[in-house]
Design a protein around this ligand. Structure first.
Ligand SMILES: NC(=O)c1ccc[n+]([C@@H]2O[C@H](COP(=O)([O-])OP(=O)(O)OC[C@H]3O[C@@H](n4cnc5c(N)ncnc54)[C@H](OP(=O)(O)O)[C@@H]3O)[C@@H](O)[C@H]2O)c1
Length: 380
């Protein structure tokens, strides 16, 4: 009985054990299943966030290592009422410079200048009218500047329009080429004498990584024959910024003026105002937060400008391309000297540079050899 009873108790015990084990396994599987349900998306999110932080670190490039002040120096920044230009104006005003903000909208420009004066406690921050989509406005700006200012130490060609509809400037140029390249081309050339007189001055041409897919189409620079492609037009204009820098550096050799091009990194500004993502509710609510994780603030975007404007180690460095604060080779098409020379010639003709008093560097430009193919461009 005892044996039997004992045997019954053993079976009972085994049964209990089996039940406990089954319960244990069932519970483990359920917990694991539940955890799996959360682990996969959680680890995916963690990877996305981790990746975003790494990419953000990479694109950010840090802050300007130089603490140099710029008291007594005069700096022009185009398109300084918002975005990276405004942040650069704030930082350089904080370092003591006299800042001339060249903007097309005087209300926005005055408001930004007031804000920067208040924050930096530097009263020498001035709003001036400059519409780069009008050659006449560029000439007015320079003539006022030359009357008012003794010197020019740094010119930051920052303003730009990106992927706008097929608009034209006052002078009939396709808007992105007209503002981003031709307006700055004329502005820079008209300011060269002042820059040279000031000694050790610097010109910073703000380009973009987008230049790598850019192509200068000399057969149809102005988008009159082919279907307008807003992206390609922006990339062409940003490639033109690098080519302009290359040719200008050659012409400025020995003058004491240096020029470099820069990609400031992907920055959260108003630049995308004409793009689908900016205007779509879906994109801005669903993709917006991810975008914000990847891009940097305008203050960080401006670090590359500040670096190129003040860094002591860049004295004498000219004709180079900087990816944020690192000197790099631009795309092969941006290293093509013949394209750079040809673009200079045609740009000089388009903005009627030959009508200006020629500077010694510009005397050799063979304007007569320019053969723009576009009929309407030839009329300019
Ligand atoms: N943000 C980026 O991720 C990024 C990346 C690579 C390169 N970049 C380059 O960085 C520079 C600054 O861009 P951002 O991002 O600061 O853009 P943003 O916030 O749109 O600022 C552009 C500035 O240019 C001005 N502008 C446009 N058309 C003009 C004209 N006809 N005359 C005078 N000013 C004009 C704008 O004035 P309004 O306010 O009156 O329009 C604005 O002040 C650009 O050259 C851009 O190509 C930016």
């Amino acid at each position: 009985m005892r044996k039997g009873g004992g045997g019954g108790g053993g079976e009972k015990g085994r049964g209990v054990c089996v039940c406990v084990l089954r319960f244990y396994w069932a519970a483990r599987v359920t917990v694991a299943e539940r955890m799996n349900k959360y682990i996969v998306p959680a680890s995916f999110m963690a990877s996305v966030i981790g990746g975003a932080v790494l990419i953000k670190d990479y694109v950010t490039g840090g802050t300007c290592p130089s603490k140099a002040t710029v008291s007594g120096k005069t700096i022009i920044i185009t398109g300084a009422n918002t975005g990276i230009g405004k942040a650069a104006a704030r930082e350089l005003a904080g370092r003591g410079a006299r800042i001339i903000m060249g903007c097309r909208d005087m209300e926005k420009c005055e408001a930004a200048a007031r804000e920067i004066r208040g924050e930096s406690l530097n009263h020498h921050v001035y709003a001036r009218h400059l519409d780069l989509a009008s050659l006449q406005s560029v000439r007015h700006f320079v003539s006022k500047f030359n009357k008012e200012e003794e010197r020019l130490d740094v010119l930051i060609n920052n303003a730009a329009v990106m992927r706008c509809p097929h608009w034209e400037t006052e002078d009939g140029f396709e808007m992105q080429l007209g503002v981003n390249h031709l307006g700055h081309f004329l502005l820079t050339n008209l300011l060269l004498e002042k820059l040279k007189k000031s000694g050790n001055s610097r010109i910073i041409n703000v380009s973009s990584l987008a230049h790598i897919v850019g192509r200068i189409d000399f057969n149809d620079l102005n988008w009159e024959r082919k279907k307008y492609d807003t992206k390609a037009a922006y990339c062409q204009s940003k490639l033109a910024n690098v080519l302009f820098t290359r040719e200008l550096a050659k012409k400025l050799q020995g003058s004491g003026v240096t020029t470099n091009a820069v990609h400031p990194g992907v920055t959260n500004t108003e630049l995308g105002r004409h793009t689908g993502m900016h205007n779509s509710n879906f994109s801005s609510t669903m993709l917006g937060p991810f975008f914000l994780m990847l891009v940097k603030s305008p203050i960080l975007g401006a670090q590359s400008y500040v670096y190129l404007a003040v860094a002591e180690e860049l004295e004498g460095v000219s004709g180079k391309y900087f990816d944020v604060m690192k000197q790099k080779d631009p795309a092969p098409q941006a290293l093509d000297d013949e394209t750079a020379r040809r673009l200079w010639e045609i740009s000089a003709k388009l903005v009627k540079l030959e009508n200006e008093k020629p500077t010694p560097q510009l005397k050799n430009v063979p304007f007569d050899n320019v053969k723009p193919n576009s009929k309407s461009l030839m009329e300019h």
